[in-house]
Structures are given as structure tokens and as C-alpha cells.
Write a protein that binds this ligand. Structure first.
Ligand SMILES: [Fe+2]
Length: 320
């Protein structure tokens, strides 16, 4: 950091500041280079300034448009709460959140693709054995049976896998969106069996809109987009020695699959679904009398493939 003396008289500092006195804009980068001592901070801000300036030049950004953006960001700050962060929504709806995940978690070919976590993960999900239910009495939605085997890239089942799942209900709402929430619902950490199998009972989630009553909603409308996400299940999947997978699965009949406002839907994560109207089969899947209230059970099967820590480290090294 420049000394007080230098701040008072910039002509006493290095060539970057002297250059700034002559011609400000082209020398922002040089100035950063002169003053910033942290190499990573310097790298991030140098790139930010370069791209920001290039953006303004390329679009010939007007003062009115600049003011509109400032007003939007100001509103985003004022309208963010503990339960709705407009800046995260902005990152999501501009595709930045998905991109960050791709950069941080590259996947070797054959491994299940990742997908953003979204805003509704909580840490209070109960740990349950495979074969149990996520659902508390009175939860809205049609019965759903989920079945998966967790395997490695060599096709072998993984011992010790844990599937943390969380989802919306049949009304498109997560438990945390109910003001009277007393405990976790529609979420659990499912312990797979030693042969990597994890099953659970839930309700079929429905499509839901991301919050669109703030500046991000205005941005979506201004750009002709809608706020609706296709229905989905969220997962964190962990296993000793394997790279943690954060992903989501989508039923193939859901609306909005191709126009996801947060760009998270991937073809490989869209699942063909089954439907059972046979009470005998419901019993075989572990449903008790009264569990199935609408005359049918959605059957959802998907096998996850995890990459080992070593495989991901090798991939990252090859990308440098
Ligand atoms: Fe979600």
C-alpha cells in the first residue's frame, strides 16, 4: 500500500501513478499492478477491469444504462434477506453459478455431471438407512420411489456412499419456505448399503418459480425469460476417497426442461420415469396401506457414477 506521503503527493510514487496523472483509463491496470501486493487479488481485479472496460466499449454503454444497472444493484442489496439473496439469484440467472461449478469440479468422462446446489440446502437433514422415507405426514404430493446404485468409473459399487437429498413437495415448495417449519421434511442423508444401493420413498416434486418479485425478476422479464425451474431432486453424494458430487435429477415429463432460468438442466441428468398403478408392486417397493393416496407411484431410477479424488486431481492437472 502506498504511504501517506505518497498519497498526498502521487508524483513521489512509481511510474504507474505518474502515468495515471497523464491518462487515467488505459493505466488502471498498471496502477493496480503497482499498488496491489497480493498476486491473486491482482490477477482477479486486473481481469475484472479489463473485461469491464471491454464490455463498456463493446456495448457503447450509455450513462442512462449505467445508472439503470447501479439502481438494479442497489435494489438487489436492499431487497436481499436471509431467505432470498438477489445477488445469488443474479449469479444463477446469468449462468455464473453453473460456470463456477464446472471450473471447480471438472468431471472425467463417464462420471455423473454436477449441477448447482441452489438456495434450499440445510444442515439439519436426518441420517436414515436406505429404504426409508423422507416424508412427514401431511406432505403434499404423489408417492415416489427412488432407487440408485452408486458406482465408480470402473463400474464397481462404492461402499460407504452417502446420498444427501433435498427436494420440493408436490406444491413446488421446500420445507424452509413454510413459516411454521418445525423440523426437516423432504430431505435426508441416506446411507447406501455396502453394495452402493440407496432407495427412499418421497413425494414427486413439482416445478417451481425462483423468486421473481425483485430486480432479478425484472431482469428476467426485460429479457423475455420466465422464472420457472423444472421439477428436480437435489443431491450431495459423498464416499471415502471420492470427489463429492453435487447434482440434481430431472424427470423427463417436467415442463421447463429446455428453458431453465438458472441454466442447470443437463441432458444426462434428465431421467425416464416409471409409473405403477399396481398395489402389489407398491407393497413390494415398501409402501404401506395409506401411503399411496392418488392411485399411482412414480418410479425414479438413476445410477450415480463418482470419480475418485485421484482421478479428479489428474484431470485438473491435465487442464493446466
Ligand atoms: Fe431446487
Amino acid at each position: 500500500m502506498a504511504s501517506i506521503d505518497v498519497m498526498r503527493d502521487p508524483t513521489k510514487s512509481g511510474k504507474a501513478i505518474r502515468a495515471q496523472l497523464r491518462e487515467t483509463i488505459p493505466h488502471v491496470i498498471t496502477l493496480l499492478d503497482e499498488l496491489c501486493k497480493n498476486s491473486r487479488t491482482l490477477e482477479v481485479f486486473t481481469s475484472l477491469v479489463k473485461h469491464l472496460h471491454a464490455f463498456a466499449r463493446e456495448t457503447k454503454l450509455s450513462h442512462d444504462e449505467w445508472r439503470l444497472a447501479i439502481e438494479m444493484l442497489t435494489r438487489a442489496g436492499k431487497e436481499s434477506t436471509d431467505f432470498k439473496n438477489e445477488f445469488i439469484l443474479l449469479s444463477d440467472t446469468l449462468g455464473l453459478s453453473v460456470l463456477l461449478d464446472e471450473v471447480a469440479h471438472p468431471r472425467p468422462d463417464g462420471a455423473t455431471e454436477s449441477c448447482e446446489e441452489g438456495p434450499f440446502f440445510t444442515v439439519d437433514a436426518p441420517e436414515l438407512p436406505s429404504g426409508t422415507s423422507l416424508v412427514k405426514d401431511g406432505t403434499l404430493g404423489e408417492a415416489m420411489y427412488f432407487e440408485s446404485t452408486v458406482k465408480n468409473l470402473q463400474g464397481e459399487p462404492i461402499k460407504g456412499a452417502k446420498l444427501e437429498v433435498w427436494q420440493a413437495d408436490g406444491d413446488g415448495l421446500y420445507d424452509v419456505q413454510y413459516p411454521d417449519r418445525q423440523e426437516a421434511n423432504n430431505r435426508a442423508r441416506i446411507l447406501a448399503t455396502d453394495d452402493g444401493i440407496a432407495t427412499f420413498h418421497g413425494v414427486m416434486p413439482t416445478a417451481y418459480p425462483i423468486p421473481s418479485d425483485g430486480p432479478v425478476g425484472d431482469m428476467l422479464r426485460a429479457t423475455g425469460r420466465h422464472p420457472h425451474r423444472a421439477s428436480h431432486l437435489h443431491f450431495h453424494i459423498t464416499a471415502p476417497g471420492y470427489d463429492t458430487l453435487t447434482t440434481a435429477l430431472y424427470p423427463d415429463f417436467s415442463p421447463f426442461l429446455g428453458t431453465d432460468p438458472v441454466f442447470a438442466t443437463r441432458k444426462s441428468l434428465i431421467c425416464p420415469m416409471g409409473l405403477s398403478t399396481d398395489p402389489k408392486e407398491w407393497a413390494e417397493l415398501g409402501f404401506k396401506e395409506g401411503d399411496v393416496r392418488t392411485g399411482r407411484v412414480h418410479i425414479w431410477k438413476y445410477n450415480f457414477v463418482l470419480a475418485s479424488n485421484a482421478e479428479v486431481a489428474a484431470l485438473k492437472a491435465s487442464m493446466k
